[in-house]
Design a protein around this ligand. Structure first.
Ligand code: FAD
Length: 388
């Protein structure tokens, strides 16, 4: 019998697996794709603060382009420039990064297996049924970690969650493009507006001199699909005329609906499988890895004690809510308020706010300043109060 089966070799699953393998536990990670990390479903942005906090010594071959800020465009074309004299983040290559995360887990002693689709849980979540390259196996374990991403079959089968409501999931679409002019190859470009991206934004994340991930995330219940809005943005912008598309990516992004209880008997969920994503910018790499670190601490203790009941795993919920959930819940409230803003409101805010404010808002901080500004817009008074 294994100690732990981890389902999914994304950043969250590999983070838990490494933590547990470091403690000497017998861990196996099953990944259904034949190549870990490919195809990517990501704009590939990762902040330096996340890398430092999570002790991620990411090798150079995973780092494509350093970022020192962002250009945040309001609907009328005005923009707020966020700038630092130092590098504040990277556009990484997920195909390399996810594999590196899996290698870290494997080098710590976890067994990682690609092309292995987990199709069911064993009774009491004491293991899984997995199809390894077409061969069906029953693998018993003391615990299962559902790190199977936004679709999260295992988290659902394990009873941790139901299906996501459409409204709490954004739909993402992206082209990796080459031969385009970048405004500044060290800055993220973000475009807002009802006509550009309902309840979301278009991004241009530079990946090199003349190369970028050009993508969009919009509400799952928008009138038209994400591809429609992204194509419209690209077609209306001359600088994409000569550009080529070398990769097409799409995927869902949880934007809220945090779970009070992310555990079941002998099972817990991490990363997108537990909706652990920033509801404003859709970043989930940091959240998944952080949750993986918390989960591995709690599971280590549970295995040592020989008590992997949901009751004993509640420490995971407590720690996650204290260290991440509280701030992310504030960010979710902010997202709800932003949904009520029209283009005029956004133009108004972009005149009143600076880059530092925007950074703080995405972390769930300084929201009362936004609340105070919105109080001056009569139709926004009700929404503004939610932020005070
Ligand atoms: C368009 C788009 C752009 C994004 N941009 C960014 C960004 O710029 N920065 C950022 O931080 N985040 C971004 N995100 C979010 C980020 O990609 C995710 O939050 C992150 O990958 C979550 O990590 P995870 O390990 O929880 O899940 P995943 O990375 O999804 O990993 C889950 C893994 O489980 C595997 N799996 C699923 N079911 C099974 C099964 N039954 N058996 C075995 N394996 C299984 C999957 O194949 C997958 O490899 C973006 C998402 C999208 C869709």
């Amino acid at each position: 019998m294994k100690d732990v089966v981890v389902v999914g070799a994304g950043p969250a699953g590999c983070s838990v697996a490494k933590g547990l393998a470091d403690e000497g536990y017998d861990v196996v990670v099953y990944e259904k794709r034949q190549e870990i990390g490919a195809p990517k479903r990501c704009g590939e942005g990762l902040s330096l603060s996340a890398m430092d906090e999570l002790d991620l010594d990411i090798p150079d071959y995973c780092r494509m382009q350093s970022m020192n800020g962002a250009l945040v465009f309001s609907p009328n074309g005005d923009y707020v420039r966020i700038h630092s004299n130092e590098t504040v983040g990277w556009i990484i290559e997920r195909k390399m990064f996810d594999k590196w995360m899996a290698e870290r887990a494997a080098n710590a002693g976890a067994k990682v297996r690609a092309k292995s689709d987990v199709v069911d849980l064993l009774p009491d979540n004491r293991g899984v049924v997995v199809e390894v390259e077409g061969e069906t196996k029953r693998v018993e374990s003391r615990m299962v970690i559902a790190a199977d991403g936004v679709e999260s079959l295992i988290a659902r089968k394990g009873g941790v969650r139901g299906s996501s409501q459409m409204h709490l999931v954004d739909s993402g679409y992206q082209y990796e493009m080459v031969n385009l002019d970048l405004k500044d190859k060290h800055k993220l470009e973000l475009y807002f507006g009802d006509d550009v991206a309902p309840r979301g934004y278009v991004w241009v994340f530079p990946k090199g001199e003349n190369k970028a991930n050009v993508g969009i995330g919009i509400s799952g219940d928008a009138d038209k699909n994400a591809k429609h809005y992204l194509d419209k943005f690209i077609d209306s912008n001359d600088r994409f005329e000569r550009a080529s598309v070398v990769e097409v990516n799409s995927g869902l992004i949880p934007v809220g609906g945090f779970l009070d209880d992310m555990t079941a008997e002998n099972l817990l969920a991490v990363g997108d499988a537990a909706n652990q994503v920033n509801p404003i910018h859709g970043g989930g790499i940091r959240e998944g890895i952080k949750a993986g670190v918390i989960a591995s601490d709690v599971v280590t203790e549970a295995l040592e004690k020989g008590d992997t009941t949901s009751e004993n795993l509640q420490k995971y919920n407590k720690r996650w809510w204290k260290e991440r959930g509280k701030d992310l819940k504030n960010v979710e409230s902010l997202r709800e308020v932003l949904e009520d803003l029209d283009d005029e409101d956004l133009n108004y805010l972009s005149r009143k706010l600076d880059g530092d404010d925007l950074m703080k808002f995405t972390q769930g901080k300084r929201l009362s300043k936004l609340g105070r500004l919105l109080l001056k817009r009569p139709k926004m008074i009700k929404s503004a109060r939610k932020l005070m």
